[in-house]
Design a protein around this ligand. Structure first.
Ligand code: PGA
Length: 252
């Protein structure tokens, strides 16, 4: 098995103003105390404060990401932001296909794929999100749904350093509910098999994050599951103390 360095990424969603950037100072000082030695740490703030965030904590090692991008590099797309613009603002990565984008904006997997390709063209890591709804899980279709989303959302060419997969069951996002460790293991193993079948050695080394109601209290159990190589955190990434508590799950 590839030796995979974990990634703990915080998705601030539509939360955060300039004043919220104080959190980054607390996070950076927590990391300086050695908390992050075993994993990569990323914050995905709203685009309006991305550049300020990236400039706030130089030398901290914290990575930054956008929460979405347009599939084109530039043009007449009012209100949209391209991957190249995110890179220009200091981003290292961009989340694409988050279930809130899929649900609120009708984004299809085909569109998500073009966004991931745009991220790669801009030199950004694409964090591609997949996950089943509650009804799909109840119908016993979770593995089938997630595999289908992967087949359609991932670019045809990727590497272990330019792409991350985030498994986020829709019913676990922001609800306080989480799947059991066995359910997470089943899906993450299926995702790994899918990635290896399609991308070989790179597929074996792509990071697969779990996301959905991760908190300091459940991070150790969830992060200890086979083929879980980190986490995408929403609510608990807004407070440095909680986020550091999750990062600490990776201490040896
Ligand atoms: P949550 O969100 O941690 O608040 O459940 C996770 C996500 O949507 O990335």
């Amino acid at each position: 098995m590839a030796n995979i360095r974990a990634l703990v990424a915080g998705n601030w969603k539509m939360n955060g103003f300039n004043a919220s950037l104080e959190m980054l100072d607390e996070l950076a000082s927590g990391l300086r105390e050695g908390t992050a030695s075993t994993c990569d740490v990323m914050i995905c703030p709203p685009t309006t404060i991305l550049a300020a965030a990236a400039n706030q904590v130089p030398g901290s090692g914290i990575l930054f990401g956008g929460q979405d991008c347009h599939e084109a590099e530039a043009g007449a797309h009012t209100g949209d932001i391209s991957a190249a613009m995110l890179a220009d603002a200091g981003a290292n990565a961009v989340i694409v296909g988050h279930s809130e984008r899929r649900a609120d904006h009708g984004e299809t997997s085909e569109l998500v794929k073009t966004k991931a390709e745009a991220a790669h063209r801009a030199g950004l890591m694409a964090i591609v999100c997949v996950g089943e709804t509650e009804a799909e899980r109840r119908a016993g279709d979770a593995v089938k749904v997630v595999s289908g989303q992967l087949d359609e959302s991932l670019p045809d060419k990727l590497t272990a350093s330019d792409t991350v997969v985030a498994y986020e069951p829709v019913w676990a996002i922001g609800t306080g509910l989480t799947p059991t460790a066995e359910d997470v293991a089943e899906i993450h193993t299926a995702i790994r098999e899918n990635l290896i079948a399609r991308f070989g050695d790179d597929g074996a080394a792509v990071r697969i994050l779990y996301g959905g109601s991760v908190k300091p209290a459940n991070a150790v159990e969830l992060m200890g599951v086979a083929n879980v190589n980190g986490t995408l955190v929403g609510g608990a990434s807004l407070k440095a103390e909680d986020f550091l508590g999750i990062i600490t799950a990776y201490r040896p």
